[in-house]
Design a protein around this ligand. Structure first.
Ligand SMILES: Nc1ncnc2c1ncn2[C@@H]1O[C@H](COP(=O)(O)OP(=O)(O)OP(=O)(O)O)[C@@H](O)[C@H]1O
Length: 358
């Protein structure tokens, strides 16, 4: 086994570098098609190691049994975070030049699919080692710049931010590709798929989608919008430039001044709590008004109000408790993250009640 020093190539080769690249866009925008073509081109033209992690392929089959078989929203969020944890295990192995260990707690089906995904792309292989099987990195994974392309909708900026935080934790490159495809085109492409999503899901996501906004979020500055259905290869030079920029400019780990951060956090939290309370209240009342306009049945309206108020109370309680949920990756609380998380959970609840109408 190579030592971490050797694998990172701190000799004449310079350190190996890794980039996390987030694909975002509506369902059927063409992300997976684009990701496959991109990976092929980068391997051929640049000789880079590329791993495409398609969330649809890695999430447990049980959840993909049918277009309407959706896990609870909080479960999706946990699964997404769990998948990022798996990626972290892989990245740690690459960075330290050691074998990939198995997370002690895991969703077995998802872990197996993740392993298959890496094996199929020649990034790891199984080996019998001291009578135990373990996962070793292939030469490809450790000898070249590595690009991991995360293929999911990533429609909220908070979802993409989780990936950015992972990049920051390990000083990796980070970039985003937004496939900007008109809603009508997505609906039409989706309708021709064997396992089409309900069109209302695409409409809903179209309303919720938060495009990368580098003007507002400094961390999104490495982003590129690719108009679709224009042929993706037209953007190939720009994409390569973006990836090279990300490769050469890894995210810097913010300076750790824990004491100051804690003081700032306490000062902030009182204001944040007040602001969050007002905003969540407003969102709940607007949502209830929308539900009435949609003529959700009175019994369901009552249940919806109960669920939304419970959700609001949970969010505020989380914030009061030092907001561990939001601080687990970042050191300051960003109110827009809290609101985005709330919208995400709320929309999933709402969808449940709206679909009961039909
Ligand atoms: N540039 C394109 N022109 C025409 N059709 C395309 C194009 N890109 C993808 N498609 C077709 O659109 C459909 C959806 O593509 P794809 O699976 O790549 O989308 P996606 O964004 O990954 O979807 P999802 O998010 O639901 O997984 C497929 O049938 C694919 O063949």
């Amino acid at each position: 086994m190579k030592t971490a020093e050797n694998t990172r190539g701190t000799g004449s080769d310079g350190p190996r570098k890794q980039v996390l690249c987030v694909l975002c866009g509506l369902p059927a925008a063409g992300k997976s098609t684009f990701a496959r073509a991109l990976a092929h081109r980068l391997r051929q033209e640049q000789g880079w190691a590329v791993g495409v992690v398609a969330y649809d392929d890695v999430m447990p089959d049980a959840f993909l049994a049918g277009p309407r078989a959706r896990p609870a929203p909080s479960q999706w969020k946990l699964l997404r975070q769990e998948l990022l944890k798996y990626l972290e295990y892989f990245l740690m192995a690459v960075i330290n030049g050691c074998q990939m260990s198995v997370p002690p707690s895991r969703t077995e089906a998802m872990w197996e699919d993740f392993i298959t995904c890496l094996k199929d792309q020649d990034l790891i292989f199984s080996a019998a080692y001291a009578a135990q099987s373990c996962y070793l990195l292939t030469k490809t994974a450790v000898s070249r710049p590595l690009f991991l392309v995360l293929d999911d909708n990533f429609y909220y900026q908070s979802m993409r931010y989780e990936v950015y935080q992972l990049a920051r934790k390990y000083s990796l490159g980070f970039c985003q590709l937004f496939l900007d495809c008109p809603l009508e085109t997505c609906l039409q492409r989706n309708s021709q798929r064997p396992q089409a999503l309900p069109p209302e899901t695409i409409h809903l996501m179209g309303r919720k989608l938060e495009k990368p906004n580098p003007e507002k979020n400094a961390w999104e500055h490495n982003s590129l919008t690719i108009p679709s259905p224009a042929c993706a290869s037209e953007a190939s030079l720009e994409v390569t430039d973006l990836l090279l920029t990300a490769l050469e400019n890894p995210v810097k780990c913010a300076e750790d001044n824990m004491e100051q951060k804690e003081t700032d956090r306490i000062i902030c939290s009182t204001n944040i709590l007040h602001k969050a309370d007002q905003t969540l209240r407003r969102i709940v009342s607007q949502t209830m008004k929308g539900a009435k306009d949609e003529q959700v049945l009175p019994h369901n309206l009552k249940l919806l109000a109960e669920e939304l108020n419970k959700l609001k109370a949970e969010f505020l309680e989380d914030l009061k408790q030092g907001n561990k949920k939001y601080l687990c990756f970042q050191q300051t609380i960003d109110i827009s993250d809290v609101i985005s998380f709330f919208h995400y959970e709320k929309d999933n609840i709402v969808q449940k009640y709206f679909s009961k109408q039909h």
